[in-house]
Write a protein that binds this ligand. Sequence first.
Ligand SMILES: CC(C)(COP(=O)(O)OP(=O)(O)OC[C@H]1O[C@@H](n2cnc3c(N)ncnc32)[C@H](O)[C@@H]1OP(=O)(O)O)[C@@H](O)C(=O)NCCC(=O)NCCS
Length: 201
Amino acid sequence: MRLERPIAAPRLILQSLDESAATGPYRAWMLDSEVLRFLEARHAKHDAQSLSAFIRSANDSKDSLLLGMFERAAGRHIGNIKLGPIDWPNRRGEVGLMIGERTCWGRGYAREAIGAMADYAFDTLRLHKLTAGYLEPNVASGRAFEAVGFVVEARYARHFLLDGAWVSGVRIACFAPSARDRSTPSPPADTAPMSSGMPPG
Ligand SMILES: CC(C)(COP(=O)(O)OP(=O)(O)OC[C@H]1O[C@@H](n2cnc3c(N)ncnc32)[C@H](O)[C@@H]1OP(=O)(O)O)[C@@H](O)C(=O)NCCC(=O)NCCS
């Protein structure tokens, strides 16, 4: 899915990425072991070609919305946030994000981006539930989601191998405010799903 109109948050703009983003700062983030530390993406090798395919796959998909996070003031691309896969029959979607510019950590951008994506998911896409997961030592991730209203649904003990040690995984979720949780699912009018494309990345 692609957004026709960007989502505006107080300090951020969330907008669909062109494949050209694969040769910008995004590429450097995917080589930064600190950024990748708590992400499963750390197990794979990334280059401009694979990132471009990932962007294309999300843009062409009917169940995945990949957005770049841009600072409103400077227009700088600082990270990505993804809603997907979306399970349309069950009106549920998974949220994941990465702020690649490390100088932007700790400024509340994650909670702002998650909040804006959650509003879009509930108000425009009419989803009923958002899910996410993080490695337990990733305290900042847990706190950012918690600030938006996510609560813990499950904890998977010693589920991931991180730096040679077993760590737990935490599954969290957030429900649509009940007044908004009302309509049948349909892809939104302001997105443009495309018919052909790659399998999900
Ligand atoms: C994890 C991540 C999304 C957090 O983003 P962020 O914009 O720095 O988070 P925020 O500024 O909204 O901070 C969230 C909270 O975590 C706290 N925090 C930030 N860094 C922390 C750290 N290293 N240890 C403990 N708490 C931390 C903040 O103080 C804030 O707490 P508060 O709610 O009490 O004010 C970001 O660091 C990131 O993208 N990291 C790389 C990829 C990644 O791990 N993605 C998440 C995968 S689930």
